[in-house]
Design a protein. Structure first.
Length: 446
């Protein structure tokens, strides 16, 4: 397997706001994962994330609809990577871009939007929806010139733009990868990848769709067997914080080759700091969650099969600007236990346990994997407490619980974690189609 390199970009690429990115084999990550890990370096996009592809493509298509020579003003309401992509794309096309973001948007991201060359950054409203409404009803109507509104992820043209990443990967490899890893917020990236695979008639790669616990809108929908809106986003990986994935994402995820995987923020953070150490690259949590799979046996668990030395695994290193060296240091301190637990495995006599709901038939199931218990605690907080003297392995939880005696309620409460071999992993192939339910929840801001 070799990676084909293109030293000269196709002529038409010069007009695109995004760039063709390298696909590089990472020897450090390959060593850690026990197979061949290739990184598709979307962190090198001008805006710092793959978002430039979808948003850039979307703007190009809208420009085609306007009279020749129009110079529209671009508007976006994302304080995250989509907003940055809109500003960068506009700039690359010689246009101006205004972004309205909620007041909760971090000073870091506001500064980055300004530094990227935003015409204006307006902070308005508590949540993304308020900022978006203000943008559409107050700001855009006042613009003297034609306008283009950029949605963050939910538009077929955005998916078409994102699909270019998979077309590039296919052109850069000699043969299809065995595994493709990408993260899911609203699902625009995964839609693009699946769309491209369909175009390429590439049906063999397993797709691992990664989310963080507390932003697992796809995983929750798959468990519910219908599109649902998460009541709250609790993950720190705010770029993945979409309360509801697109209908197309939900459908793609039900294919037999797609597996939905959820990891806690702590492990996403570990992915970020280890990528920084191993490959000298800084990415945000939304991206680190993919990298985390390379370490400590997670890939095997996610795939549900042993990892082979010659497996070719491509990680779409989606990037993201919501990261600084201080944040990396903070995560490393806060979540140090992710690595400490491994160092201590087998040597420690204190542990953590998952305690059943009072009155349930589940056994008390000790577990020393603190990362697991923390994730369970987040999902089912009243059931997870520290225990001492009863260290056990995650596998023990699965074998010691009394499946037959579970009540329906117990099953519902514990199934998302324990029904699968490993934490948060579910294979999606056998779920039937279902109608989308009317939702009034708020979509997150990617
Ligand atoms: C860095 C990064 N990765 C992944 C995602 C998820 O993308 P999507 O919403 O298309 O699923 C986002 C969304 O903003 C992002 O910024």
């Amino acid at each position: 397997m070799t990676v084909k390199e293109y030293h000269t970009a196709p002529a038409e690429e010069k007009k695109n706001p995004w760039v063709q990115t390298p696909l590089r084999e990472s020897y450090a990550l390959s060593e850690a994962a026990g197979c061949r890990i290739f990184l598709k370096l979307e962190n090198l996009q001008p805006s710092g994330s793959f978002k430039t592809r979808g948003i850039g493509y979307y703007i190009l298509r809208r420009l085609e609809e306007l009279p020749l020579g129009s110079r529209p003003h671009i508007f976006a309401s994302s304080g995250g990577n989509a907003g940055l992509a809109a500003v960068h794309s506009a700039r690359a096309l010689g246009l101006q871009c205004t972004v309205v973001v909620p007041t909760a948007t971090s000073a870091l991201m506001v500064a980055k939007l300004r530094a990227a060359g935003a015409h204006d950054v307006i902070q308005h409203g508590a949540a993304w929806k308020d900022a978006d409404t203000y943008l559409r009803t107050e700001v855009m109507p006042r613009a003297p010139q034609p306008t283009i509104y950029c949605p963050p992820f939910d538009h077929p043209d955005i998916w078409a733009g994102n699909s270019t990443v998979m077309h590039e990967i296919a052109a850069q490899l000699d043969s299809p990868p065995d595994v493709l890893i990408c993260s899911v917020g609203g699902g625009g990236l995964m839609n693009g990848i699946c769309q491209a695979m369909d175009d390429l008639k590439m049906y063999t790669p397993t797709i691992l769709a990664l989310e963080t616990a507390g932003a697992e809108s796809l995983n929750a929908a798959l468990h519910a067997r219908e599109l649902i809106t998460l009541p709250k986003i609790t993950s720190q990986a705010t770029s993945l914080g979409c309360a509801k994935v697109t209908e197309a994402t939900f459908k793609y995820a039900q294919r037999a080759n797609v597996r939905s995987v959820v990891l806690p923020d702590a492990e996403a953070a570990m992915g970020c700091w280890r990528l920084a150490d191993d490959e000298r690259m800084m990415v945000e949590l939304a991206c680190g969650v993919n990298v985390a799979l390379c370490y400590d046996g997670r890939l095997e668990k996610a795939l549900g099969r042993p990892v082979r030395r010659d497996d070719v695994v491509v990680i779409v290193l989606c990037g993201g600007s919501n990261v600084t060296s201080d944040m990396l240091c903070g995560w490393r301190k806060e979540y140090a236990y992710v690595e400490e637990e491994l160092d201590m495995q087998g040597k420690r006599d204190s542990g953590y346990g998952i305690v059943p709901k009072p009155g349930s038939h589940l056994q008390e199931t000790p577990c020393k994997d603190q990362a697991v218990v923390q994730a369970v605690a987040r999902a089912h907080h009243e059931f997870a407490v520290p225990l001492c003297e009863h260290a056990a392995r995650l596998e023990d939880i699965c074998v010691t619980r009394e499946r037959e005696q579970e009540s329906e309620t117990d099953r519902r409460l514990v199934a998302p974690v324990f029904d699968e071999e490993l934490l948060g992993v579910r294979e999606c192939g056998e779920i039937g189609q279902s109608e989308e339910r009317e939702q009034d929840g708020e979509e997150g801001c990617c």
